[in-house]
Design a protein around this ligand. Structure first.
Ligand SMILES: [Zn+2]
Length: 294
């Protein structure tokens, strides 16, 4: 049984077929979104170049694939997707690419997805599981560099552990009764759960679907009752509803968290720095004295 894969690899090398049947010239890795591209790049660079289908600053949940995305997948060797229902548009793009050799990594495969929420990468310990799946997929797509991918994964794992410890220490600075957030989009479930932050509410429960006036009024009420300090949003979404809620509840807005997309500034341009920036931003917003809840 053990010999079959080795035999297949030998036959493959003897007949000079490309790894996994990828088309000639396609040696690259493609991630669905920039945050995943950053994690993937930490594992597969410099052997595979990594690109993202969803551009930096765009929403993965509302993404409309373009013809060039089909062409990108046609030429790719490795595709890294989050899965868990995040990339609803991806199946058609893969079908259109007609690339039977494309190795697909589903980062959340086998992970405990809760409340149908796909944003597991926002917990650095789940990000380690992503890294393991990416390294395994890269090793299958490009076996001659398998050891490098495993070594890079181990290195990045250590950085993720350091990140986890660092976030834990930062959040500890926030007085426990202030560890509450209202967020625009539901990317913070796993982060909040890992670090003991209470998510009081989500403005847009389903991507692209605005809350009713009743739901918004309920959020205002929750914000007041739980003495929520701030409502948090991301640059890729319109700030209108967040500002409306903040005005009504007399709380501040923070409009520059990053999660589905990294940012275009160096301080938020990769996964590790994004998580540090977000954490510093959250800690600042939840510890600043507003004079109202002192
Ligand atoms: Zn999202």
């Amino acid at each position: 049984m053990q010999r079959l894969p080795a035999l297949a690899a030998l036959l493959c090398s003897l007949s000079a077929c490309s790894v996994g049947g990828a088309p000639a010239g396609g040696g690259d890795a493609v991630a669905t979104m920039s945050t995943l591209a950053s994690i993937t790049s930490a594992v597969v660079s410099p052997h595979l170049a990594v690109s993202s289908l969803v551009p930096v600053g765009a929403s993965v949940e509302n993404f409309q694939p373009r013809p060039q995305d089909v062409a990108t997948l046609h030429a790719a060797r490795l595709l890294v997707e989050n899965g868990a229902g995040l990339e609803t548009w991806l199946r058609d793009t893969i079908d259109g690419a007609k690339n039977p050799g494309l190795r697909i990594v589903d980062c959340t495969d086998g992970l405990p997805v809760e409340q149908q929420n796909p944003h597991l990468w926002m917990d650095p310990l789940y990000a380690k599981a992503y890294v393991a799946r990416i390294a395994a997929g890269a090793a299958l797509a490009d076996p001659q560099h398998a050891r490098d991918y495993a070594e890079a994964a181990r290195r990045y794992d250590r950085q993720l552990d350091e990140l986890d410890h660092w976030i834990r220490a930062q959040i500890a600075v926030i007085p426990p009764q202030r560890r509450t957030m209202i967020v625009f989009h539901n990317a913070w479930y796993y982060y909040a759960k890992r670090y003991g932050i209470q998510l009081i509410g989500v403005v847009e429960r389903n991507p692209g679907q605005e809350p009713s006036a009743y739901e918004l009024a309920k959020l205002v009420d929750l914000a007041k009752r739980h003495h929520v300090q701030a409502v948090f949003a991301e640059p890729q979404f319109s700030p209108k509803l967040v500002r409306q809620l903040a005005r009504s509840a007399n709380i501040r807005t923070v409009e520059d968290l990053y999660d589905d997309s990294v940012g275009d500034q160096p301080a938020v341009a990769d996964y590790l720095s994004m998580m540090r920036y977000d954490t510093e931003t959250i800690v600042k917003a939840l510890t600043e004295n507003t004079g109202r809840h002192a």
